[in-house]
Design a protein around this ligand. Sequence first.
Ligand code: SAM
Length: 398
Amino acid sequence: MLKNRGRTGRKRRRKQSRSFSLHAVNHSQRLEYIQLKKWLKERGYEDSKLRLVQFPETGRGLMTTKALQAGELIISLPEKCILTTDIVLNSYLGEYIAKWRPPISPLMALCTFLIAEKYSGEQSLWKSYLDVLPKTYSCLVCWEQEVLKLLPEPLRSKAEKQRRVVQELYISSKSFFSCLQPLFTEDVATVFNYDAMQWAWCTINTRTVYMKHSQRECFSREPDVYALAPFLDLLNHSPNVKVKASFNEKTRCYEILTVSPCRKYEEVFICYGPHDNQRLLLEYGFVAIDNPHSSVYVSTDTLLKHPFPADKQRNMKLSILKDHDFLENLTFGWYGPSWRLLTALKLLCLEADEYTCWKKVLLGYIISDRNEKKSLAQTTKICLSLIEETQHVLQKVT
Ligand SMILES: C[S@@+](CC[C@H](N)C(=O)[O-])C[C@H]1O[C@@H](n2cnc3c(N)ncnc32)[C@H](O)[C@@H]1O
């Protein structure tokens, strides 16, 4: 007898589809996804177990219609479907890139190709892929300056630095864009405008997989490691899963294998790396719930916000901390203050008669009961003030 036939089968199917539809919306039947699947099939990719779904918690992603055991292949994407600098160099852009001096970076070549292909619209061989790419991104580089100001340090500085990098990349590429004018009827300044550049940069920053190419003379010395992998790039991130991902030289496919199993009708996740939420927000524009790598950073300003009055050794202590790299990466994690944060505070809390013990503090020794209590009290104050600060900012955001 076929499984799932009869009343029990009907009931099970109804239950399954009910639990699925309550949580997620199937997008596989949308025209753009049907076209993407067709495009992939023409390039040798076939899959029956991954379905495109809109999940309430994570947004668009892939669901498996079959339980995946540990070690099973999640996806195997043929080389023909993958967009790398090889594709760019073999395209109409190749001769312009080869001639241009100083050479552009591999990243810039990919950005240029994405913008040019998007502009080509119907004519583009990559149309089916371009059509499913996000139109906008939530990465910090796209945030309004006013909102960026509300971010805590060091995230704010990192976001500002990232924005400058993208702006400088755009400015320094303008003359290269000009040389592409013979390829376009419209003014290249309009085609390759800053918004287009930001979109292309975010596409690459949030969606590429690592695929190393050897250094080529037509490119600058930045590493050539980016590859856009259509469909595979619909997999969302979970900090709690393990996968193995690499390009298989034998099958000539980019493959992802599960390490942790995945149940039928659940979202399939991969892990983008052991990133804390600040890094996820900066690079990918989202934060992960229950992220075990979550941490709250304590800036030097916050560290010294609760001054130690009449501490004549304060400046000397600060330079010790600076010299021993104890002013960066001071954090609170799920289990409280990090060892680095506690050590920095223990050193700052040394009394005048304990000051000579600073080396021991850095090595992790307990100096005195008094120092332990004082540094813990200081930690609590910092923690409470960070909570207050966050609440204040959240109120402003609301
Ligand atoms: C490689 S893409 C994954 C597919 C993407 N959701 C889409 O619709 O195209 C990476 C982007 O997906 C989103 N994303 C990935 N994992 C997520 C998660 N756990 N929660 C929310 N958004 C996530 C972020 O916007 C991220 O920049």
